[in-house]
Design a protein. Structure first.
Length: 413
């Protein structure tokens, strides 16, 4: 049996018996020999979670994460080789093309050479292999998405019977780093639709009319590839309040966005618009009227199950031992997803530094996370301070009642 066939058979066996440490260690050794170090590290780490003192697993882990040997410096080319190439190129110029393309000829003064891609800009349509099942926790957010967005799309006959329109989009808001982009990608995967992500950088141009043209083109690209989820990230920058915008060019960009979402000539059938912002109070009110971004979803910091899933995701493939996951989840309440990733990176840095200074490679342990938690703090506090003022003084129509409820649960109102 070949090594690849044996690895495949052992992989199936390990999946059937995940707690069989000797079997998993044997598979890790074969993977390391085959040059598949990342997979070997993952299996060795799982084996050490079940048996932290297993000598062969520890040895495999040290071998897998050891730095590769530096290859010997290649010999320098013999002197004069470029001269010989130049001579041969001159002799064979009638037969072979030149080694390098010639510089473009300079045009008249003031003439600008055209750049490829300046004409009709094309925006990539991504196919996402992700679903809401891959998003840990966030049960209430998923239920809101299902009720307001996903269920009507999946059931066109019932939608027609109840007269439910698909016009309009969904605006997600909340603290930074809490997974709004991840949720948008999961919605696209859930629907089996294409995914286009758009920010102000993708459309903004110094030339008059170019920004509006780019914005129209991205909507056209979404329409051509329907069903498609068009994700407008940082919508407060792309569609900010026109009363506060001093630039005429930016005001016309907002006008173009309004026309694309709900204009007389816009046909967005099969185009599902999702937008995200940290500051919904800075979004132009016209964008939140019926037929545009008329549904709102508050995305809060991850709850306990979500934090557990995020921590496990950022620790997979890393050499860990005896990590108290429940304790980490309890200690990271009100941490954003980005904060949790930072905690994992910081703990890994402490373990790596100890390995470098002591000369002995060791696992990432609970003590490293305790040190990391002493350094990393939740990054959403400034956002909460702003949100508190909005909930107290700028909520006459009840648009931020859900936000106020969350702030009261934190005793901030």
């Amino acid at each position: 049996m070949s090594d690849e066939a044996l690895i495949s058979s052992l992989t199936v066996a390990v999946a059937a018996s995940p707690t069989d440490v000797p079997l998993r260690v044997h598979l890790a050794g074969l993977l390391l020999t085959a040059g598949r170090s990342a997979e070997a590290i993952g299996h060795a780490a799982v084996a050490l979670q079940h048996d932290p003192t297993h000598p062969e697993a520890q040895l495999l882990m040290r071998r897998a994460i050891a730095p590769p040997a530096v290859p010997a410096e290649a010999d320098a080319p013999p002197a004069g080789i470029e001269d010989r190439f130049d001579g041969l190129a001159a002799e064979l110029a009638d037969v072979f093309p030149p080694r390098f393309a010639a510089e473009p000829a300079a045009g008249p003064v003031g003439h600008v050479q055209p750049v490829a891609g300046d004409a009709d800009r094309m925006f990539d349509v991504e196919r996402v292999a992700l679903s809401l099942a891959d998003v840990g926790g966030m049960v209430e957010v998923k239920q809101r998405l299902e009720l307001a967005f996903l269920a009507p799309m999946r059931n066109p006959q019932l939608r027609a019977m109840y007269g439910k329109s698909l016009r309009g989009g969904l605006l997600m808001y909340g603290p930074p780093g809490c997974g709004k982009t991840h949720l948008a990608r999961a919605v696209a995967g859930e629907l089996g639709a294409g995914f286009i992500s758009l920010t102000i950088v993708d459309v903004l141009d110094m030339w008059i009319g170019s920004s509006e043209k780019s914005l129209h083109e991205v909507f056209q690209q979404a329409r051509r590839n329907a069903p498609c989820v068009l994700f407008l990230d940082e919508i407060d920058a792309l569609g900010g309040k026109r009363s506060k915008i001093n630039s005429h060019g930016m005001r016309t960009v907002v006008n173009q966005l309004l026309a694309e979402l709900d204009g007389a000539d816009s046909d967005n059938d099969g185009v599902f618009v999702l937008a995200a912002t940290n500051a919904p109070w800075d979004v132009d009110a016209a964008l939140r009227r019926p037929g545009r971004l008329d549904r709102t979803l508050l995305v809060l910091p991850p709850d306990g199950p979500a934090r557990s899933a995020i921590l496990e995701y950022h620790l997979r493939g890393r050499p860990i031992a005896n990590i108290d996951l429940a304790r980490l989840v309890a200690a990271t309440e009100h941490f954003s997803g980005a904060d949790l990733a930072h905690v994992c990176d910081t703990a890994a840095e402490y373990a790596m530094h100890d390995s470098i200074t002591s000369g002995e490679v060791r696992m990432i342990e609970q003590r490293d996370f305790e040190r990391a938690l002493g350094e990393v703090r939740s990054s959403i506090t400034p956002w909460l301070d702003t949100a508190r003022n909005v909930a107290l003084f700028a909520n006459p129509d009840g648009a931020y009642d859900e936000l106020a409820k969350y702030l009261k649960s934190r005793k901030m109102l």
